[in-house]
Design a protein around this ligand. Sequence first.
Ligand code: 5AD
Ligand code: FES
Length: 346
Amino acid sequence: QTAREMIQEIKCRRDISIEQLEYLLTTENKDCLEMLREEAVQTAQKIYGNQVFIRGLIEFTNYCKNDCYYCGIRRSNHCADRYRLTKEEILSCTDTGYKLGFRTFVLQGGEDPYFTDERICELVSEIRQKHPDCAITLSIGEKSKESYQRYFDAGADRYLLRHETANGTHYRRLHPDELSLEHRKQCLWDLKEIGYQVGCGFMVGSPGQTTETLYEDLQFIRKLMPHMVGIGPFIPQKDTPFAREPAGTMEQTLRLLSIIRLIHPHVLLPATTALGTIHPKGRELGIQSGANVVMPNLSPVDVRDKYKLYDNKICTGDEAAECRFCMENRMKSIGYQVVVSRGDYI
Ligand code: 5AD
Ligand code: FES
């Protein structure tokens, strides 16, 4: 099979074999890699044109009851400088964001018991009332189906919960025993059943990841058919058990973005902050590999550098407006237009 035939086959079947995956992740054949990227970009453009959607990310708490080995805000990290935003501070972020043209807000935080269902619902319904034309995305971890239903009824419409890896053994390498892959997957199915637009995803190059585990990730994506898939390189954080593990690479992340675009053409696929962190042009290259979403930060500048999932995170000193216009210019520079809309799945 030639490289061209392989890429056409993946595109037509919307599936990939483990051998094809192995080849695409390891080949140094420049023509093949170029073809992969071009096919992914064409696929995205056929559906979404040259538009890139922006989401305003509000990191509203870095308290977390979990202890994931990779994450800088894990409960055992006593170096983390903890903060939580008040409801007023969060609403002021969405106001600022609205004026800057954001029509989607992503409320992301650690699993912080202070934010009870009641507090989350109150927050969501106030944002919903103030901005009826906006999409409200939650990214606050594993909850019961009842809780997810309550947030949904309060006005949340999307939920991001990366599955992290679809392989049970790999999942246990990344998390303490108190967390389980089965429960995490169940959460994603529950969210979907309730009617959320759902996003799963994983880190590229996390310790213990192999072609086999990535293959399982792709098969899980094919089965779940999420509206969004978030992937970015693993980046070690110095106060975690994975401090000395090597980071994932930009090259692997870009290849996987293209592959995901080919097997799931309509998916909303962000060029993540982590990708922008490992390379100054990471986000642009992500878009040029098939991504179609960027998520600039709207969190207040005085807490930005505290939401440290990994080291050297970008944009920690920039105001919301700076990131907004920076992003617009970055996208313009590669021929894309940032759009002011909810940016729904087509
Ligand atoms: N490097 C890259 N991504 C990370 N995340 C958490 N820690 C790291 C890290 N060290 C990702 C996880 C999580 C998302 C919010 O951030 O995939 O789901
Ligand atoms: Fe934040 Fe460029 S996107 S400064």
